[in-house]
Design a protein around this ligand. Structure first.
Ligand SMILES: NCc1[nH]cc(CCC(=O)O)c1CC(=O)O
Length: 238
């Protein structure tokens, strides 16, 4: 056990804070004091450039990595799908929490459902769909199935993306189920895209720490969910 509270580094978005707060609660359940430290990431500052075009890996994780290595925080909490497979030198996985939904979902805009039209894939409809996503993985899979679609760029955290969709005249946008469900903002007018292959480790939360900080690593070990940790390792090694 660590006598000093474990300093948990997190981004400032509602989802990031929710995830860090979960880690705080789980540590406290084990009798370990903990506190949150807020750190801005490059991925939250530039809200226009698609992530794949930013040209560097780890746009959400780099400032937290630096804070860890500079001893400003003791652990960092990430959506695991945003964490590059190769961790920076000196940083190691401390735990992977039990996974939530790994699925991608379509959030439709307004009350009018386009679900019936979507049950008919690979056909050309008279008026094309307009769907928001900046993920090249989601775009490629969507266009393969619904070729007659206009894809619009959609960046930002979960809340700002939901707001952009609501203010648009698009038919809808693609999200990770986990992100919306965790913070309780999954709209009624949404459904799972069971045919879409999710990102590796989607829906999983990763805790990282300093490799040499044996005490902190030990304090985090009970948070590890073995089944999730094995699944995401296989997905990321592939
Ligand atoms: N790329 C951003 C990101 N990173 C993690 C999540 C959601 C939570 C998760 O998948 O674990 C999201 C939002 C999204 O893809 O819609």
């Amino acid at each position: 056990m660590q006598n000093n509270p474990i300093r948990i580094g997190t981004r400032e978005s509602q989802l990031a804070v929710w995830q860090a707060d979960l880690v705080k609660k789980l540590l406290e359940e084990k009798g370990q004091k903990a506190e949150l430290v807020f750190i801005k990431s490059e991925g939250d500052i530039d809200l226009v450039t698609p992530l794949y075009a930013m040209g560097v890996q780890g746009v959400f994780t780099r400032s937290l990595d630096a804070a860890l290595l500079n001893n400003k925080i003791d652990i960092a909490v990430h959506s695991m799908k945003d964490v590059p497979v190769q961790l920076p030198q000196g940083i190691a996985q401390a735990a992977v929490l039990q996974r939530a939904s790994y699925k991608d979902i379509l959030v439709m805009n307004g009350e009018k459902s386009i679900e019936p039209q979507l049950s008919n894939p690979f056909t050309i409809h008279h008026s094309p769909f307009t769907i928001g996503t900046s993920s090249i993985r989601r775009k490629a899979q969507w266009l393969n199935r619904y070729p007659n679609t206009v894809i619009e760029n959609l960046r930002g955290n979960v809340n700002t993306r939901l707001q952009k969709v609501a203010e648009s005249n698009w038919h809808g946008a693609i999200f990770a189920a986990a992100g919306l469900e965790r913070i309780g903002v999954r709209p009624e007018n949404s459904f799972d895209l069971d045919w879409m292959l999710p990102a590796p480790a989607q829906g999983a939360i990763m805790v990282v720490g300093r490799e040499t900080d044996v005490e902190v690593m030990k304090a985090c070990a009970p948070l590890n969910d073995v089944d999730t940790a094995i699944s995401v390792k296989v997905e990321r090694d592939f």
